[in-house]
Design a protein around this ligand. Structure first.
Ligand code: HAM
Length: 418
């Protein structure tokens, strides 16, 4: 049998409810903050990612699914959505009427990383990107919205980490100082870090190899070298977060892995066991729109690791939901035919309905309803139908009541509190 490719996974019907619930919660929240959905292409010219993410990053260097199409052009399955959203913002001149554009997108990304729990080769992200807003209050609002999403999903075991990466004015000076520090630690660093330390010293701070982490115990911090403008920007972000009552941790080693970032960078991390710690990451990327051929508009956004968020969500008690609202158990052929019509009526009125036409005994129908984790069972035999009623049994409390068959969907909605 042909099996799934390593690192890829199917999201199965038994798990889809949580995905849908999270997605809907994010859509409602983002739209109420003025974001609209965009669905950019999944396949792009390879140059888009090389130019934006950076040739010296792990993503571009070794993780992209890149291939030549039939004409020999190099194309890549997107490893992240930001570059595609920026390309689309420029290509469709979304700034023409008003430079401020707030967009969100939900969908699959592809990175050929070493698969493990929480790390896949096809994974999903929920992205929000805001264009044309210079103010640090935008950074704070993005973080606020992200934290509120976690709150709405009742996920509380997370911390917002923030840092500033400066700008093209102040970062080069800091890089020199960092490179000097790294030189003094050279012997203890992994091969990869040694080859990067002069070309791209910031990336070394991002290395996950334990011996590198141990060696780099007190690196110089970007926030001590920010120019006046960047310093003021970062101070206002922190003040706004305090005003919004959003707790955060200043994380001076947070450099993140992509080249296009500037100024504020942030991550939502969890200490929860069995999960990858970074559930979401976000950044300002003020130079990227112009670098990719657009106007000099500032921008910033974040991406949530959807798979990781679902894994975290599932660790909560009661998260595993949920069978049909009502399971119809008709007894006998005449009842089955009538119940078929009721099932259609209930489904159309928004009640999640399952019906069993197997003609089996009440005992085995009840067993199946329990297996499906139905909320209620509607039982109807010849006697009930003659009386114009049916029995509604609550599978959690085991209570049952007779209900009239007239206005069935309204009565059931009331009884099951839909
Ligand atoms: P990123 O940090 O590369 O940032 O990814 C964001 C999140 O995607 C991570 O925090 C993680 O939860 C999830 N993620 C990344 N790789 C994997 C994987 N292999 N398997 C499962 N989940 C994964 C970006 O992608 C930037 N585009 C974020 C951004 C948007 N910055 C500004 N706007």
């Amino acid at each position: 049998m042909i099996q799934l490719i390593r690192g890829f996974k199917d999201i199965l019907p038994d798990d889809i409810h949580q995905w849908q619930h999270i997605e809907q919660t994010a859509r409602n929240l983002f739209e109420s903050f003025g974001f609209t959905e965009i669905r950019p292409a999944l396949l792009e010219k390879t140059d888009l990612f090389k130019r934006s993410i950076g040739e010296d990053t792990d993503i571009v260097g070794k993780e992209m699914y890149t291939f030549a199409d039939r004409k020999g052009d190099s194309v890549t399955l997107r490893p992240e959505a930001t570059a595609s959203v920026v390309r689309s913002y420029i290509q469709h001149k979304m700034y023409a009427q008003d430079p401020v554009r707030k967009l969100y997108t939900i969908g699959p990304m592809f990175r050929r990383e070493r698969p493990q729990k929480g790390r896949y080769r096809q994974f999903y992200q929920i992205n929000a990107e805001a264009f044309g807003i210079e103010s640090p209050l935008m950074d704070a609002q993005l973080i606020f919205m992200l934290v509120k999403l976690f709150e709405q999903l009742s996920i509380d075991d997370t911390t917002a980490h923030i840092n500033s990466l400066g700008c093209p004015e102040c970062r080069p000076g800091f890089k020199k100082i960092l490179a000097g520090y790294l030189e003094s630690k050279k012997e203890a660093l992994c091969e990869n870090c040694r080859s990067r330390m002069t070309r791209n010293p910031l990336r070394v701070l991002d290395c996950k190899v334990p011996s590198c982490r141990k060696a780099l115990d007190a690196p110089p911090e970007m926030t001590s070298y920010l120019c006046g403008e960047c310093d003021r920007h970062f101070t206002r972000v922190k003040t706004a977060l305090n005003d919004y009552n959003i707790p955060f941790k200043l994380d001076k080693n947070l450099v993140r892995g992509l080249d296009y970032y500037s100024r504020t960078t942030f991550e939502i991390q969890t200490l929860s066991s069995g999960a990858q710690s970074a559930i979401a990451g976000g950044d300002r990327y003020d130079g990227l729109v112009e670098m990719l051929g657009g106007p000099p508009h500032p921008a910033g956004g974040f991406a949530i690791g959807f798979d990781r968020l679902v894994e975290l969500f599932n660790q909560q008690p009661g998260a595993k939901v949920k069978g049909p609202d009502v399971f119809l158990a008709p007894l006998g052929e005449t009842c089955e035919a009538m119940a078929g019509k009721w099932a259609a009526e209930l489904s159309l009125s928004g009640i999640r309905t399952e019906i069993d036409f197997s003609g089996k005994s009440l005992k085995s129908l009840m067993k199946r309803a329990n297996r499906l984790q139905a909320g209620h069972v509607l039982i109807a035999g010849e006697d009930e139908i003659e009386n114009g009623s049916a029995i509604l049994r609550n599978l959690h409390t085991k209570e049952q009541v007779d209900i009239p068959l007239a206005d069935l969907s309204e009565t059931i909605k009331m009884k099951i509190k839909l």
